[in-house]
Design a protein around this ligand. Structure first.
Ligand SMILES: Cc1cc2nc3c(=O)[nH]c(=O)nc-3n(C[C@H](O)[C@H](O)[C@H](O)COP(=O)(O)OP(=O)(O)OC[C@H]3O[C@@H](n4cnc5c(N)ncnc54)[C@H](O)[C@@H]3O)c2cc1C
Length: 330
């Protein structure tokens, strides 16, 4: 068993590295690497990924393990599990971290099972316990409680971290690149990605956004969601929604925030005509500042927000949008 700490790079569809990878590298260096006395390493899995090592070095990765294979093109769960599992067996790192993204939630627990490691999901804090075991904090009970989990055996300790939980800070180094140590076998991969259809959007991705503007059932129609999109675009924010709004057909499912949608952790979350159910809160409760607009002064969202405006969204939003535009153009 080595004392190294690994961060698995999370790639976007366009092949660039997600911010959560840099956040995890920064936090791992601060909280884990010094105390464990090993190296900070990154793992780069994908197709045509060679060349991205320098970016990982910018955030402190001293070593980058690369598996560059056509079999990993467009993200392949089994390919990722086989590649990461084999790398862990060969090198026995102390800790392995990945982003708690849609991909991370998919392959990472399977990779942990493959190597017989424990796994903690969706950490908002990482540290070491007194006896140098990985200790994490995560939300539980629909974000109403924070749970501390600590590993207790000597095997590799694995965890995913929630995007936007840590600040990414550059700490440039030139990493040693290790490639070719894992050969993937096509016979071990039973599912092929045949086609990938992407949705073009100029808005930031919901799970990574610094600001999110979300709408609920109170918007009352797909047409009225234009207010959400307009405000989001002015603020450079992502657009989100409640399940009730999605179920009513006002917007697509990929905008759903909550227990059965996406988890977000922005600096600013604006909740418009959203009552504030526990299931919605489960996905946005870790937002740093929550602003609510709701016409019902008794709406539960007002118990949870930092700033609340009681009133009809159709009266408030048009002048509010104009005011924000004017302020930003000054
Ligand atoms: C297993 C399970 C999983 C779930 N997962 C999720 C999930 O992932 N995400 C999620 O969001 N929900 C989820 N839900 C649903 C959740 O319980 C709520 O039903 C949902 O969050 C309510 O959405 P809402 O706030 O948009 O609607 P409502 O609760 O109907 O609230 C609408 C609000 O809009 C306000 N309003 C109406 N008109 C106006 C106006 N003109 N101006 C200002 N305010 C106005 C009203 O006062 C009200 O507070 C889940 C439920 C279950 C059972």
């Amino acid at each position: 068993m080595s004392n190294d700490v690994w961060v698995v790079a999370d790639l976007k569809i366009d092949g660039t590295i997600r911010k959560v990878t840099f956040e995890a590298l920064t936090e791992a260096k601060k909280k884990l690497v010094g105390k464990l006395g090993g190296k900070l390493c990154a793992v780069l899995l994908g197709s045509g990924v060679s060349g991205l090592e320098a970016e990982l070095g910018k955030y402190g990765a001293e070593k980058v393990y690369v598996v560059d294979s056509d079999l990993l093109k467009d993200f392949n769960t089994e390919g990722y599990v086989n590649a990461l599992g084999e790398l862990i067996k060969q090198n026995e790192p102390a800790v392995v971290i990945a982003g708690n993204t849609v991909f991370g939630q998919d392959y990472f627990p399977r990779a942990a099972a493959r190597v017989g490691a424990g796994v903690a999901m969706d950490a908002i804090k990482i540290d070491l316990s007194g006896d140098n075991k990985l200790q994490i904090e995560r939300y539980s009970h629909s974000s109403k409680a924070i749970q501390t989990q600590v590993f207790h055996d000597g095997a590799t300790m694995m965890a995913t971290v929630r995007p936007n939980s840590f600040k990414a800070e550059e700490s440039p180094t030139t990493p040693e690149v290790i490639s070719g140590s894992v050969e993937l076998n096509p016979a071990d991969i039973h599912v092929k990605v045949l086609e990938l259809q992407t949705k073009e959007s100029d808005r930031p991705e919901l799970t990574e956004a610094e600001r999110v503007v979300s709408g609920g059932r109170g918007l009352a129609s797909e047409e009225n969601f234009k207010y959400i999109y307009e405000l989001a675009d002015i603020l450079g924010a992502a657009a989100g929604a409640t399940r009730a709004a999605v179920d009513a057909g006002y917007c697509p499912y990929d905008m759903q925030v909550g227990q059965t949608g996406k988890a977000v952790s922005p600096n600013l979350y604006i909740a418009i005509a959203i009552s504030g159910s526990v299931q919605h809160f489960a996905g946005m409760g870790s937002s740093k500042v929550i602003v609510a607009i709701n016409k019902d002064p008794e709406a539960p969202i007002f118990q949870k927000c930092d700033y609340g405006i009681v009133g009809d969204l159709f009266d408030i939003l048009p002048p509010f949008i104009e005011k924000v535009k004017a302020l930003l153009s000054e």
